[in-house]
Design a binder for this molecule. Structure first.
Ligand code: HEC
Length: 255
C-alpha cells in the first residue's frame, strides 16, 4: 500500500518516473539542459517542427507572429518559409493565425489508431528529458505497423518521421533478471543499419533544437519571468539597504 502511494507521489512529482516504474525498458536515457537564451537553436527547432511535425501535431495555443516576435523571425520570413497550411478559402494561413493544422480527429484515428495530440504543452507534461530521448529512440521493429518501435514510448502509434535525417537503427538487447527472478529483455544500445542525411551528432543537435523550441512553446514567458524575477530580487535587496539605513536614522536618537 505504502509502495503504491509512493509510486503515485513519484508520478506526480516526476512525470517520467511513472513510465520507468511501468517496467518496460527505457532507452536512450541521456540528459539535456535547454538554454533559454539560445534563440538560434529555437529558430532551427521551429523550422524542423514546421517541416516534419506540424502536419500531424498542431500548436493551437500559439500564433505564428507571436512565435516570430519572441524568436526573432520576421513576419515575411515566417510567411515565406514556415507557414505551410491554408485556411478554409484555400489561402495561405495568415501570420496572425493560431498554429492549427488541417487534420481531423477522425482521420488521425483512422490512420494512426490514435489522434496525434496537440504538442503545445508537451514539454511540460512529458518534460524535455523525455522528449529528447523519445525523438532519438525509434528503432526497427517489423512487427509494428510502421516498422518502428520506440525505446522510450513502447508501441508508439507515431511513425519515425525523421527517418530521412537519422536513418534507421536497430536495438541491441540484454537479458536482465529482476529481484523476483523474472527475466526480461532490456535495450542496451542502438546500432545504425541505414544511414540518414545527418551524422549521429548532427541528429542529436537537431533534436536538441527541436526540444528547445517545444520548451519555449510550452512556456513563452519563461525567459521574461526569469529576467523579471532577477530584477525584483535586486530591487528588494537595494530596498533592504535603504530601509535599514532609514531605520538606523530614525532610531539613532531614541537609544
Ligand atoms: C504522420 C503523423 C505524425 C507526424 C508527422 C508526427 N507525429 Fe508525433 N505522434 C503521432 C501520433 C499518431 C502520436 C500518438 C502516438 C500514441 O499515442 O501511440 C504521436 C505522438 C507524439 C508524441 C507523444 C505525445 C504524448 O505526450 O503522448 C510526441 C512528443 C510527438 N508525437 C512528437 C512529434 C514530433 C516532435 C514530430 C516532428 C518531428 C512528430 N511528432 C511528427 C503522429 C505524428
Amino acid at each position: 500500500m505504502v509502495k503504491q502511494w509512493l509510486i503515485i507521489l513519484a508520478a506526480l512529482v516526476f512525470p517520467g518516473a511513472a513510465l520507468a516504474a511501468g517496467g518496460y525498458p527505457v532507452y536512450p536515457d541521456d540528459e539535456i539542459k535547454v538554454d533559454w537564451d539560445d534563440k538560434a537553436a529555437m529558430q532551427r527547432g521551429a523550422r524542423t517542427y514546421m517541416n516534419y511535425c506540424m502536419g500531424c501535431h498542431s500548436l493551437h495555443y500559439s500564433r505564428y507572429n507571436r512565435v516570430g516576435a519572441d524568436l526573432g523571425i520576421s513576419d515575411d520570413m515566417m510567411r515565406d518559409n514556415l507557414i505551410f497550411t491554408t485556411d478554409i478559402n484555400g489561402e495561405r494561413t495568415k501570420v496572425g493565425a493560431l498554429m492549427t493544422n488541417n487534420m481531423s480527429a477522425a482521420y488521425g484515428e483512422e490512420a494512426f489508431g490514435v489522434v496525434p495530440p496537440d504538442l503545445s504543452l508537451v514539454a511540460r507534461s512529458r518534460g524535455t528529458h523525455w522528449l529528447y530521448n523519445f525523438l532519438r529512440g525509434f528503432y526497427v521493429d517489423e512487427e509494428r505497423p510502421f516498422g518502428v518501435n520506440n525505446g522510450v514510448f513502447s508501441n508508439v502509434g507515431m511513425p519515425h518521421v525523421l527517418v530521412e535525417l537519422q536513418g534507421l537503427q536497430k536495438a541491441n538487447y540484454e537479458t536482465v533478471t529482476d529481484s523476483a527472478g523474472n527475466e526480461s529483455q532490456k535495450i542496451v544500445g542502438f546500432e545504425q543499419v541505414k544511414a540518414g542525411s545527418m551524422t549521429a551528432d548532427e541528429y542529436d543537435r537537431a533534436i536538441y533544437d527541436l526540444v528547445a523550441f517545444l520548451d519555449y512553446v510550452a512556456e513563452p514567458y519563461k525567459q521574461t519571468r526569469k529576467n523579471v524575477g532577477t530584477g525584483v530580487i535586486i530591487f528588494l535587496l537595494c530596498f533592504l539597504v535603504l530601509a535599514y539605513a532609514l531605520k538606523r536614522e530614525y532610531w539613532k536618537d531614541v537609544h
